[in-house]
Design a protein around this ligand. Sequence first.
Ligand SMILES: Nc1nc2c(ncn2[C@@H]2O[C@H](COP(=O)(O)OP(=O)(O)OP(=O)(O)O)[C@@H](O)[C@H]2O)c(=O)[nH]1
Length: 279
Amino acid sequence: MQLHPYTANSKTLPLAITPRAEDVIGLYQTLDPQQVLMRFAALAKHCLPLAAIRVNDSVQLRWRSGNTERYLTTDCPAVDGVHYSLKGPLSLWQEQLLGHWHDALVPALGNALMHGKALSQARTDQLTGLGNRTAFAEEETRLVARADRHQRPFCLLLLDLDNFKPVNDAYGHQRGDAVLYRVAQLMTSQARIEDLCFRLGGDEFALLLADTDQDGGEKLAQRLLASLKDNEFLASHKIGVSMGLAQWQPGEHPRSLQARADLALYQAKGAGRGCLRKG
Ligand SMILES: Nc1nc2c(ncn2[C@@H]2O[C@H](COP(=O)(O)OP(=O)(O)OP(=O)(O)O)[C@@H](O)[C@H]2O)c(=O)[nH]1
């Protein structure tokens, strides 16, 4: 089966899908992986029962042949092409059909997946793997809309490390990076799965706590504070953490919530650091 090249720039951002893929799925410069998958699944239904499932960076196409379930997996493409594997014996026409799909659609899927990956990288802090400031702003806006609609509480917890600069100065940036990474690890291990953790920049972190009121937020903050204090690596570098907590008020603008949490953080710094203040 011939692999069609896809167009990508030096940063492997997808620029266009191949003309043939365009013919078949009827999408021009498709950039949304979900859209491509939905279109793909819709097309596939005309031929035989099949579902397209996104599994991490792969797309798995599933269908039934008699009583046997078969699948084809496309991996997220390397720069030189798309890898795929076929499971189970196929009839000639199935092979032809898959070949046709493969030729036409896999490059498009590859492009779309790469775009998804690029989008996700643009929202990720490369050092810690947490969401970055862009992701924070998007998620905060989303939470405000959700809380408004469902009348649910949510909290913003801001963290700022104490005495971080001396670590960089005394041991170098690599050690400073290790401190930041450890803080991120402790944040994610203490938070619930639905809490969202971010590094806003430098030694500033944030947590968005969905469906959580001030009391719930305080419990998490105190637990996190204790685990940060107990951490030997951080303690050996005399790293502390100050925190500011604010619960979103109905109708409140995200900027105002941030300002209240920021003020609380400032008060925690003023109160001697290593503690939590509420806004
Ligand atoms: N290692 C490392 N350092 C960084 C990074 N980003 C910012 N910094 C450093 O973080 C430090 C932040 O400075 P401050 O906010 O004054 O740090 P601090 O000593 O914790 O100050 P207080 O909050 O007043 O206790 C600066 O020295 C920055 O150079 C990074 O990605 N890696």
